[in-house]
Design a protein around this ligand. Structure first.
Ligand code: HDE
Length: 684
């Protein structure tokens, strides 16, 4: 007998989609919607009710399954580096590096090794903004033919602390205060500077964190560093030390602090969107891998200890050897499955590379594996597709949460005779630890060779360009200005005096606290070591517009021929051009032709671009001059030292005080000048 049940109740026809009986806006699909257990679903719009207007029934197993799954969609975010963006790609070596390493991915220029790279901020939560002042993570998983090698680095070559035991304190200090839950993703607060002011070893990295490196324009335009000293080991078992570096092929670029602040308001996903769009449009980010290779005798000759992660090896002492290139050419298909679930571990090591005794690195070897267990739910996280090696892998580890494999047979131990085809160890092929000699008594001590906390901070401050130095002073002034406890500010000023007296004085004066620094006795007085221009951010890469974002603001009645030429020229130079109109629906040129635009002015300010052009006809000029967004667009472009092309916008130029400003050009001269990046003369 057929039961008499009310028909599914259609929703009013102006609501989309309504399910059976109602109007639906969905297109027909052959694919059957089912539960997670394969039951076909007849109605995905209405839950099961007792009566048309009655209560929902507990019996609705389809509703329960759907909501329960949804309730568990989030997993614990990373305690650090929670906010990240990633891409797939490949690595190709330029030559065989067999003389120094037996690593398979560095052996043969014909071999392309797949990679997955994730870039991140450190301090903020997963939903925080992309442009806080922060160090950026630069983690690359190489899926090599001999296992996964994870190079889990940062965009800064040194780290705040020397010993892993201080990491939880450092991170607690920089993350939001535990009582009030703010500030998110910001070091400008008392707890960070309180901690730092008592950790002289942090001073070198603090200088990098206060530099423009901590506010990169794009994830595609930053350098990366393995930070620690590692070892390379060749087939004969000979070892050398190595520092890993990544260099962006299109060069570096950073924003000014005021730009960073405004970008966070205009587009808090700025870096993530930029990476995704660049790859989608074929502007594939490329990074060259450079190695600093040196032997024990060279290491012994340095004034610092190569096992101390607060020190860099100046490139002037050990030059970089460029050995290959990583190209990121594919966006993740699914953010959660790939970017969120990727599990980097410095302990993911391959034959031919080895660890050093750097105490920070040694601590990391435990931490990352441990963190994946709670983040990803158990010991089988290596079976998640993004983490799986792409080479064969086999052992006798079994079971555990979310085991995805179905191992066959009765043998799950080794040695055995019952499964002659089962996996066996291999002395010639297997990972072999370099037999570095170890001696000494067990002790909780810090080596005397780690005691120099200021010389390299001074080296960095004095080696960079005057603009970079000025920005560091401004950043320190800003951050310390946000610190409420005077004693903390004074202690930091004391450290700055040790790093470089001229720095301490500049910041103290800018804070209005001259002469207030606390005098600090260093464990070791700083040395005046040779400067290292290689640490500069600016002036080291050839001028280019490759991969740069350029905004064209097209006011009503703009000259279509000029705009067309400019756009073509920019694209030929490799730039990514964004057309901006007063309205999202398009911009009309002087001939009455309507040009599609990528964004409306109100949501597309000039901070989003490296250089901008503004074109309009006479009425358009008047409209722009009367529009606060347009005036702000021009004034910000000036303040942020951008090359600006103007055409037909005299009234706007007046309104934005652009008269006599250096770096403002006709559209025809724009491309060449814009290649040079910021117009530093304007900063004064
Ligand atoms: Fe990390 N770090 N870290 N770190 N780190 C993590 O691992 C840790 C350090 C870095 O995109 C965590 O999977 C300790 C230095 C990156 O998924 C955690 C110490 C450098 C990423 C962890 C350090 C890094 C992490 C959190 C001091 C540069 C993001 C989630 C001994 C060389 C990787 C996770 C990604 C992530 C611990 C210091 C870089 C908690 C204990 C130095 C790029 O395991």
């Amino acid at each position: 007998m057929k039961s008499k049940r009310p028909k599914h109740h259609p929703a009013p026809s102006d609501q989309a989609p309504t399910g059976h009986g109602g109007e639906t806006h969905q297109t027909a699909s052959e694919a059957l919607l089912t539960s997670n257990h394969g039951t076909p679903v007849s109605d995905n719009q209405n839950s099961l009710r007792a009566g048309v207007r009655g209560p929902t029934l507990l019996e609705d197993f389809l509703l329960m399954e759907k909501i329960t799954h949804f309730d568990h969609e989030r997993i614990p975010e990373r305690i650090v580096h929670a906010r990240g963006s990633a891409a797939h790609g490949y690595f190709e070596p330029y030559m065989s590096m067999a003389e120094v390493t037996r690593a398979a991915f560095l052996a043969d220029p014909k071999v392309k090794t797949p990679v997955f790279a994730r870039f991140s901020t450190v301090a903020g939560g997963s939903g925080s903004v992309d442009l806080p002042r922060d160090i950026r993570g630069f983690a690359v998983k190489f899926y090599t033919s001999e296992g996964n090698f994870d190079l889990v680095g940062n965009n800064i070559p040194v780290f705040f602390i020397q010993d892993a035991i201080k990491f939880p304190d450092l991170i607690h200090a920089v993350k939001m205060d535990p009582d009030r839950g703010y500030p998110q993703a910001a070091s400008a607060h008392d707890t960070f500077w309180d901690f730092i002011s008592q950790m002289p070893e942090a001073m070198h990295t603090v200088m990098w964190a206060m530099s423009d490196r901590a506010i990169p324009r794009s994830l595609r335009m930053m350098e990366g560093f393995g930070v620690h000293t590692f070892r390379l080991v060749n087939a004969a078992g000979e070892s050398s030390f190595v520092k890993f570096h990544w260099r962006p092929v299109i060069g570096t670029s950073a924003v000014l602090w005021d730009e960073a602040v405004k970008i966070c308001g205009a587009d808090q996903d700025y870096h993530r969107r930029d990476l995704y769009e660049a790859i989608a449009k074929g502007h594939f980010p490329e990074f060259e891998l450079g190695l600093q290779i040196f032997d024990q005798a060279t290491a012994d000759g340095f004034e610092f200890d190569v096992l101390d992660a607060t020190k860099l090896v100046p490139e002037e002492l050990v030059p970089l050897r460029m050995v290959g290139k990583m190209t990121l050419d594919r966006n993740p298909d699914n953010f959660f499955a790939e970017t969120e679930q990727v599990a980097f571990c410095p302990s993911h090591m391959v034959p031919g590379i080895d660890f050093s005794d750097d105490p920070l690195l040694q601590g990391r070897l435990h931490s990352y594996l441990d963190t994946q267990l709670s983040r990803l739910g158990g010991p089988n996280f290596h079976q998640i597709p993004i983490n799986q090696p792409k080479c064969p892998f086999a052992n006798n580890q079994r079971d555990g949460h979310m085991q995805m494999a179905v191992p066959k047979g009765r043998v799950n131990y080794e040695p055995n005779t019952l499964d002659p085809a089962g996996p066996r160890e291999s002395p010639p092929r297997g990972f072999e630890t370099f037999a570095a000699p170890v001696s000494g008594a067990k002790a909780r001590v810090r080596s005397e060779t780690f005691a120099d906390h200021y010389s390299q901070a001074r080296l960095f401050y004095r080696s960079v360009t005057p603009q970079e130095r000025k920005h560091m002073e401004m950043a320190l002034t800003f951050e310390l200005g946000k610190v409420e406890t005077l004693a903390i500010r004074r202690r930091v000023l004391g450290h700055l005096d040790l790093i470089a007296p001229e720095l301490g004085t500049a910041v103290a004066e800018a804070l209005g606290m001259p002469g207030e620094a606390t005098v600090i006795q260093p464990a070791m007085p700083p040395l005046d070591v040779a400067l290292s221009p290689a640490v500069r951010l600016y002036g080291r890469y050839a001028p280019t517009l490759q991969g740069r974002r350029v905004g064209l603001l097209l006011g009503p009645g703009f000259d279509g021929a000029k705009a067309g030429n400019l756009e073509a020229e920019l694209e030929a130079a490799g730039a990514m051009v964004t057309r901006i109109g007063l309205q999202a629906g398009g911009a009309g040129d002087s001939e009455g032709k309507r040009w599609p635009v990528d964004g409306a002015l109100a949501g597309t300010p000039s901070v989003l671009f490296e250089a901008v052009a503004i074109l309009a006809g006479a009425t358009g000029d008047a409209l722009l001059a009367a529009d606060p967004d347009a005036v702000q667009f021009a004034m910000d472009a000036k303040r942020h030292l951008k090359v600006i092309a103007l055409d037909g916008v005299d009234t706007l130029a007046n309104q934005a005080n652009l008269a006599g400003v250096v770096g403002i050009v006709e559209t025809t001269a724009f491309v060449e000048l814009a290649k040079c990046g910021k117009v530093w003369e304007r900063e004064g």
